[in-house]
Ligand binder design. Sequence first.
Ligand code: NAP
Length: 334
Amino acid sequence: MTKIDVTKIPKKRLYTGEEIPCIGLGTFGSDRFSSEEVSNAVAGAIRAGYRMIDCAACYGNEAEIGEVFRQVMEEGTVERKDLFVMTKVWNDMHGDGDVLIALAKSLKDLKLDYVDLYFLHWPFPNYHAPGCDVDSRNPDSKPFTVERFMKTWRQMERLVDLGLARNIGMSNMTIPKLEAVLPLLRIKPVACEIELHPCFQQQELFDYLVAHDIQPVGYMPIGSPRRPERDMMPEDIADLEMPKLQAVAKAHGISPATASIKWAVQRGQIPIPFSLHHYTENLECVTTEPLTEEEMASIATLERGNRLVKGQVFLWPGAKDWHDLWDEDGVIVK
Ligand SMILES: NC(=O)c1ccc[n+]([C@@H]2O[C@H](COP(=O)([O-])OP(=O)(O)OC[C@H]3O[C@@H](n4cnc5c(N)ncnc54)[C@H](OP(=O)(O)O)[C@@H]3O)[C@@H](O)[C@H]2O)c1
């Protein structure tokens, strides 16, 4: 088994001063891979040198991943303080007191006393059953409102007070939503997890987060080639097939996937690639020769508005289509 020298993995500094790894491992099995396959990858990845793991209650595999955390600590591969474990509260647990219950369940499953970062997975309380069809709608779904969001965020802040979450973060946010809530927060998010890959760079949102000292965490960093069928649309672009990305990869003798990861880390987001088979090379690539300025500039031109998680299942009665979730005209769509 290849083991990467953990001290060679670059770090990012949160606004709290804490240093965290520049790359993590995703754990969403995309409705294709069993909890056992994913947790085996988590075990292999930690033994290879990963220290940051991105979990979520809705991925349905926290109990198996928790067993891995127990094992790697028991065998002495890591101590608890070496790991940076992130998880997320799902959309059906935004109600009064529910966020605490949701985190308690994740902690029990993950076999931990605290998480390092707890994300609000989506900014609205719109539940849909795991694996449901893109056309399914929950009649109880509601649009984002500042009031509803803040009720949930206050519960998130309490988790920090209680020491159950060392940090809190947001996910799937937009600039208009951030503008509306940031002035109201007692505890600011340390990070915001959003979709980021070469053909979907969200430059404006990325810059906004950096300017506000909120660390961007990039999901689907490889363009999620094996995402669930329900998230595949005919208009989607395969990032890995972009000739400019392939040219950069070729120049370094690496794959377009690892070129995407190197680009992500050098740009400044924390990528969280999922992988059952390539996790070692994905970690190793952040320790090898960097992309040149020209190569970074070349990948910067690949922006195509290629949003892969459109979020149709979160639409509320009266919403037009998935574009409504993303406030594309600069105002919050209600
Ligand atoms: N906050 C949110 O709402 C949200 C939404 C979506 C995802 N996420 C998080 O982001 C993580 C990553 O997203 P994702 O899993 O959809 O997509 P991804 O990381 O972009 O792509 C994963 C796929 O890429 C393949 N891959 C990885 N490294 C490779 C390499 N070096 N060469 C060739 N293929 C490679 C993997 O195959 P192998 O398994 O064969 O290696 C896997 O099929 C998720 O697991 C989850 O933790 C969060």
